[in-house]
Design a binder for this molecule. Structure first.
Ligand code: PLP
Length: 400
């Protein structure tokens, strides 16, 4: 398929090129846990190729589903093409993907130090802060990366737009500061439709595919787009630690990709309206949305402001606590990026494991804007905010 194709076309056709030859129209789901071996030598060679990070050898068979699955490989091929990457490696969750990226670039190659730019998703922050994987982390601001990179640094981790305040980080600048050290960008919020980190020099673009890629709230998955060389370092970690993606989940992810560009653009259009409306509300002290700031990275690195909006309530935690439970169309639930709108309190939930000094303000709520009509979402927020004005002083007095 030509590189000149538009995202919309790639999203529909990628990973499906051989279907007509197979005589089918929809991608087949291969649920095999094991595969017939052609003979001992060829099967063994295929096994060795895959444990070394490669693909099955021609006619060698897939050997075992923890090493390779064709349905997963289809989704990987499609996602790689959307990201403009040579390869992609899919995992059982976004955290499994991050774990493999950290292990393969740090402790396993004798460079256990990680530089990470805050804010990050709470789970990412937590994984690095605990040192569970044998790493040591230095958290810093985007402009300080160079100052903290040292000989033992194996990885730089950033997220942009960042969770939950939607700050943008200049990927190219961080890559320049990191020098030889690979930069991993969490691209979950932007999706490949709005941002391609590899085009700005990043080594890996990570997605919690649970979010926009899945898009329907029914899949937990992760994926990393990168070079084939780096994919060959990630696959053995996936095989050894058993963090493979289930083929049914891969099928659903692949099925959701054709509508990804449409979903992202429609959700973004609604988010822009909701964000503008929120900015005019007395109960709201601050709206965090890239489209409301004059950021030079918007329109260049990030092709659109996206569909995540965060707000800080003027009456702080009591008001946030009320609003989170007072909406009806916005489900009070963590996660994001689906067709239905969600609202959640980062300090209490997604960012709860983050150390207190870096935890988001308790008055902040994060909204994931879905495909509902903007007027209906605004009406839902209006009634919830109205209630917040009434409840806030009473709750504060109670808390005090
Ligand atoms: N990165 C971001 C930005 C996230 O929001 C999440 C989950 O909320 C993750 C990574 C982790 O992904 P998962 O929950 O699929 O393991």
């Amino acid at each position: 398929m030509s590189a000149a194709l538009h995202d919309d076309t790639i999203a529909v056709h990628a990973g499906r090129q051989d279907l007509a030859t197979l005589g089918v129209h929809a991608p087949p789901i291969d649920l095999s846990s094991t595969y017939p071996l052609p003979d001992v030598e060829t099967g063994g060679d295929s096994y060795e190729a895959m444990t070394g990070g490669g693909r099955p050898i021609p006619d060698g068979g897939n050997v075992y589903a923890r090493l390779w699955n064709p349905t997963v490989a289809r989704f990987e091929a499609a996602l790689a093409q959307l990201e403009g990457a040579e390869a992609a490696v899919a995992f059982a969750s976004g955290m499994a993907a991050l774990t493999a990226a950290v292990l393969s670039h740090t402790t396993s190659v004798g460079r256990p130090h990680v530089v990470a730019v805050r804010p990050l998703y709470g789970g990412t922050d937590h994984l690095l802060a605990t040192g569970l994987l044998g790493t040591e982390v230095t958290y810093c601001d985007p402009g300080e990366v160079h100052a903290h990179v040292r000989a033992e640094t194996g990885l730089v981790v950033i997220e942009t737009p960042a969770n939950p305040t939607l700050e943008l980080v200049d990927i190219g600048d961080v890559v320049a500061q990191a020098g030889e050290v690979p930069v991993l960008v969490d691209n979950t919020f932007a999706t490949p439709i709005l941002q391609n980190p590899l085009a700005h020099g990043a080594a890996m673009s990570l997605h919690s595919a649970t979010k926009y890629l899945g898009g329907h709230g029914d899949v937990v998955a992760g994926v990393i787009a990168c070079s084939e060389e780096r994919a060959a370092a990630l696959r053995p970690v996936r095989a050894i630690t058993g963090s493979v993606l289930h083929p049914l989940a891969a099928y659903l992810l692949h099925r959701g990709l054709p509508t990804l560009p449409l979903r992202v653009r429609a959700q973004q259009g609604t988010a822009a309206r909701v964000a503008a409306w929120l900015q005019a509300q007395d109960a709201v002290a601050e709206v965090y949305y890239p489209g409301l700031r004059a950021d030079p990275l918007l329109g260049t690195q990030l092709r659109g402001p996206g569909a995540m909006v965060s707000i800080r309530l003027r009456d702080g935690y009591p008001a946030a606590r009320h609003v989170a439970s007072a909406t009806s169309l916005f489900a009070h639930a963590v996660s994001l990026g689906g067709v239905d709108s969600l609202i959640q309190h980062p300090a209490a939930l997604t960012h709860r494991p983050v150390t207190a000094d870096a935890r988001p303000d308790a008055g902040i709520l994060r909204l994931s804007i879905g495909l509902e009509h903007a007027d209906d979402l605004i009406a839902d927020l209006a009634q919830a905010l109205e209630g917040a004005c009434a409840v806030a002083p009473r709750a504060e007095a109670h808390a005090g």
